[in-house]
Design a protein around this ligand. Structure first.
Ligand code: SD4
Length: 294
């Protein structure tokens, strides 16, 4: 059944934020505002370890953030990567989406743009994140662990009462990543995609593998070809994970959320304990997705 408005986000941490986004949509607000404001709430909360303030540092103990914004009506995109010391990367990405050129900025260039456009400077490294970094550093050394565990991106897709759609993402990326490493989250087609005429999708997990399959665009194309968001997301993740395993012996964690332009939602994953927070026509809930065993 067609939903008046609808919103989906990755992870349990977005549970309260989708309620906020839902209120915006219920009160005739725009999908662009719903995804931005809801992600800002997650970015500002210091205990969500992998997004915004309090995000997980890179191997040099610096917090480098990636974010993106896409408008499904105009296909406008704005993205930033590796930005340091600015609050609310999602808002900087949204601002960039207003431009015709230079819509994806990295590092010092992104910081100069944010400064020029009046965005708030903030040291994004918290004491808590620093302690987590020190502990992991010790564990990597003592137990010979892979450094690259622990990372969750917040992604949100919304459809408003006008039928317009938007998607946004925000993340500190892979914990202990190399300085300058960029994952899928700010990369169009891999970390996110939306088109009013079809729907949207966004990914969380190991960016290095998500980018190999351009999975958000793949899910949107599957919806275009008639699959429901649930089928599109689950089939795309399962088929691509199988392909990676066959070709390379292993597939990283991959989860994709999807929302079509009637407000129907779906989630696909290859890992246990993936959650999606959903808010549609006045109800809100957090769902757990189960990987497809076939
Ligand atoms: C990245 N995809 O930078 C992000 C991290 C993430 O769940 O989503 N983790 O690769």
């Amino acid at each position: 059944m067609k939903k008046e408005w609808s919103m989906i986000a990755t992870w349990r941490m977005a549970g309260d934020a989708v309620k906020l986004g839902g209120e915006i949509l219920e009160n005739n607000g725009k999908c662009q505002d719903a995804v931005e404001k809801a992600i800002m709430q997650v970015e500002d909360y210091p205990f969500y370890k992998s997004v915004g303030y309090g995000g997980l540092p890179n191997e040099d103990c610096e917090v480098e953030l990636d974010a993106a914004f896409m408008d499904g009506k105009t296909l406008s995109i704005g993205a930033i990567a590796g930005i340091k010391d600015f609050k609310n990367p999602v808002s900087i990405a949204r601002k960039l989406s207003e431009d015709r050129f230079n819509i994806f900025l990295v590092g010092a260039g992104a910081e100069a743009y944010a400064h020029k456009n009046g965005f708030v400077r903030q040291n994004m490294l918290t004491e808590r994140a620093k302690k987590t970094w020190e502990k992991r550093k010790q564990e990597i050394y003592e137990k010979n662990l892979s450094p690259y565990d622990g990372h969750d991106t917040v992604c949100m897709i919304a459809k408003d009462k006008e039928g317009d759609m938007a998607v946004a993402t925000s993340t500190s990326g892979l914990f202990m990543k190399k300085r300058g490493r960029v994952g899928d989250s700010p990369v169009s087609g891999s970390g996110f995609y939306v088109d009013n005429e079809i729907g949207g999708a966004a990914a969380t997990g190991l960016g290095e593998d998500i980018m190999k399959g351009c999975l958000s665009y793949e899910v949107v194309q599957r919806m275009k070809n008639g699959q429901s968001p649930m089928e599109a997301a689950q089939d795309a993740v399962t088929e691509f994970s199988e392909k990676l395993k066959k070709l390379r012996g292993t597939a990283g964690a991959i989860s994709v959320i999807a929302l079509n332009n009637t407000g129907e939602w779906g989630i696909g994953t290859n890992v246990e304990f993936t959650f999606a927070a959903v808010s549609c026509d006045k109800y809100a809930a957090v769902y757990r997705a189960i990987p497809d065993e076939n």
